[in-house]
Design a protein around this ligand. Structure first.
Ligand code: ADP
Ligand code: GLC
Length: 486
């Protein structure tokens, strides 16, 4: 039996991306389709989404919804993969350029509750045959933006006395909860009793994330370690009790890499190509990167790269503290990212103080991200917490050894270059246990020490590049989950 599943998300690569969620939304549906599932995606009609789709055609007129007039549902195709994408057109809610969640001052839009309630509501409508030609058996909602989809499904089930679709809710990041003042609950059209501890209420407020966790049939998160971490008081963001309560419905399924996008042997965005058996091209990528960022053109300077959202989560403040350690050993650091203005300024100051060795650029650019991942010797991901992390997986594929904090998906995907791991041919990167200067400093020194042993460095690079973090195994696990539910 072919299983029909609708993925509900707020961003999708290559249409619109602010982080790894887009990479997952862009790669997981095709991986499921390849394995025989019938998968479509539902997205809000942000300008970049609408502009990037072909064959857009109306599916349903929905009138006034969540205070937005003339809401319509359209169906389009993503030309690069043939993926079928439903888009919600609601110009007053979605027709805003730039970041899909924040305004120009980096503040969440005041009407985010309506903007993303509409997303969850339409998902539940699709399960109730809004498109006469196709309806899902599984609604797979991603992060808080889609958190109300399972709630609307359960409400419809109660109203009609039958089930329309089963739901899976995937937590990509528990730190973003979609919490709004309680009075906004009234605008959602959910049964009044859903505003309770056994529902969407969270310490007196309305939580979209809790809605997803409470009303979904199954919960997944993006790595096994993070699945354990979020059930603890320290890392459960106030939801650990609920997560422990649902632990039998909760599993950690690791994200994968789309190797058609992230492959140094064929990556069209690179200066030169290389592979595990022919590493020579990587040097040209490093030289191009040093040049691009105005760093000294020294091929033997160990080059650390960062491509990241600049938020507290990513732990770059700790990396900044460790800059003297990098400089002392003759290393270089390139940071590229965008986010929190205070962090952006802090990074700029450090670059200014060390122009030869540290370069910082602010922005979001796919090509530059690939340039850095390919041209660096080490990619640093010192996150305080990391649900999965894709950057370290891309780094492995590009032979740029990841230097990571031992948390979440980082702990599940990188093996430290300790003497015993090197001896057992297991090492793929550098890992520190405690989030403190001493820890990251030692990991940085391990990177310099391994670099001194050229043969072992190369062997570690090759091992990193041969790791298989493709979507195959994870897509199979999601399929098994769907089958169990359907
Ligand atoms: P998160 O989703 O928490 O940001 P991930 O490591 O899962 O972390 O995914 C980050 C994704 O966003 C990767 O594809 C990375 O290359 C990309 N990315 C982050 N910052 C930038 C940037 N400034 N420009 C381009 N791509 C970026
Ligand atoms: C989130 C997490 C990141 C994860 C990504 C995709 O943004 O911060 O760790 O890789 O989602 O699941």
């Amino acid at each position: 039996m072919t299983i029909r599943a609708l993925h509900v998300a707020s961003e999708l690569y290559p249409l619109l991306k602010t982080g790894g969620l887009a990479d997952v939304a862009g790669a997981l549906p095709p991986a499921l389709i390849e394995r025989g599932a019938d998968v479509r995606v539902l997205l809000p009609g942000f300008p970049a989404v609408v502009a990037g789709l072909t064959e857009l055609a109306p599916v349903a007129q929905l009138g006034r919804q969540f205070d937005a007039p003339g809401v319509t549902l359209e169906r389009g195709t993503l030309a690069s993969s043939g993926l079928i994408v439903y888009v919600i057109r609601a110009s007053t809610l979605y027709d805003r350029p730039g970041n899909p969640y924040l305004n120009d001052e980096h503040v969440p839009y005041g009407d985010n509750a309506q903007r993303f309630a509409l997303l969850g509501w339409v998902a539940a409508q699709l399960a109730q045959h809004l498109d006469p030609a196709w309806s899902p058996q599984i609604v797979h909602a991603h992060d808080w933006h889609a958190g109300l989809a399972p709630a609307y499904l359960k409400a419809a089930e109660r109203q009609h006395g039958r089930s329309f679709a089963r739901s899976v809710f995937t937590v990509h990041n528990l730190a973003y909860q979609g919490v709004f003042p309680a009075p906004q609950f009234g605008q959602l059209g959910l049964p009044a009793d859903y505003f309770s501890m056994h529902g969407v209420e969270f310490y007196g407020q309305l939580s979209f994330l809790k809605a997803g966790l409470y009303f979904s049939d199954r919960i997944t998160t993006v790595s096994p370690t993070y699945a354990r971490e979020i059930q603890t008081l320290a890392q459960g963001g106030g939801l650990d009790g609920l997560l422990r309560h649902r632990s039998h419905d909760l599993s950690g399924i690791l994200n994968g890499v789309d190797y058609t996008v992230w492959n140094p042997a064929s990556d069209a965005l690179l200066e030169d190509h290389y592979s595990a058996t022919r590493l020579a091209g990587k040097l040209a990528c490093k030289e191009a990167l040093q040049k691009r960022f105005g760093l000294a053109q020294k091929s033997d300077a160990l080059l650390f790269g960062v491509v990241s959202r600049l938020t507290e989560q990513k732990g770059l403040d700790l990396l900044l503290e460790a800059v003297p350690e990098i400089i002392k050993h003759g290393g270089q650091l390139v940071v590229f990212g965008t986010g929190d203005p205070a962090l952006e300024n802090g990074l700029k100051r450090v670059a200014h103080a060390h122009p030869e060795a540290v370069a910082v650029e602010l922005g979001f650019d796919e090509k530059l991200a690939h340039t850095i991942v390919a041209g660096s010797d080490v990619i640093a991901v010192p996150s305080r917490f990391e649900p999965c992390g894709l950057t370290q997986l891309y780094a492995l594929a590009y032979g740029s050894l990841p230097l990571v904090h031992c948390v979440g998906g980082l702990a599940d995907t990188v093996v430290d270059a300790s003497l015993e791991n090197l001896a057992d041919d297991l090492a793929t990167g550098f890992m520190f246990e405690r989030f403190e200067l001493k820890g990251i400093g030692a990991a940085i020194r391990r990177a310099f020490a391994l670099r001194e042993r050229r043969t072992e460095w190369k062997a570690t690079q090759r091992r990193a590049m041969r790791q298989d973090f493709g979507w195959g195994a994870s897509a199979e696990r999601y399929l098994a989950l769907y089958r169990e539910l359907a």
